[in-house]
Design a protein around this ligand. Structure first.
Ligand SMILES: [Zn+2]
Length: 135
């Protein structure tokens, strides 16, 4: 591959690249919300809403958060090469707003992936740094 665009070969990473770009409202249907929860993760502030909508109590929500943590660990373990990158705040294209589900989104400057939180590693394997120059 001579072009600079990164082709995703990690299946977990591919899921993470696909789900956030869907225009579907992932908080409407119970199973969609579960899938989003595993792949992208919900903030703690969503628990009350989902308890009312789907009957997810604190324990169920906690389990979903653990599944997301595990998903991230597995995804990261498959991203062997370590590069550095940084999170760039973005305007969401389908809401024309900087907030989706109450969170600001960030874009990896290495692969373009959107992320709800500034995580230490991007799904492309880049180690995300802040306030430092890199190349
Ligand atoms: Zn990335």
């Amino acid at each position: 591959m001579s072009e600079s665009k990164i082709l995703i070969e990690n299946p977990l990473e591919s899921l993470s690249m696909t789900v956030p770009f869907s225009c579907r409202d992932w908080a409407t249907e119970k199973r969609d919300a579960w899938v989003w929860g595993i792949i992208c993760g919900w903030g703690d502030d969503c628990q009350r809403e989902f308890e009312q909508k789907f009957g997810w109590d604190v324990n169920t929500f906690g389990r979903l958060k653990r599944l997301h943590t595990k998903f991230e660990e597995m995804r990261r373990a498959q991203s062997a090469d370590e590069r550095t990158g940084r999170w760039v705040p973005v305007v969401n294209t389908w809401t024309q707003d900087e907030h989706v589900y109450g969170a600001t989104w960030y874009k990896c400057d290495q692969c373009g992936r959107l992320c709800e939180t500034k995580q230490p590693y991007c799904h492309c394997g880049a180690h995300m740094i802040e306030g430092e120059e890199h190349d």
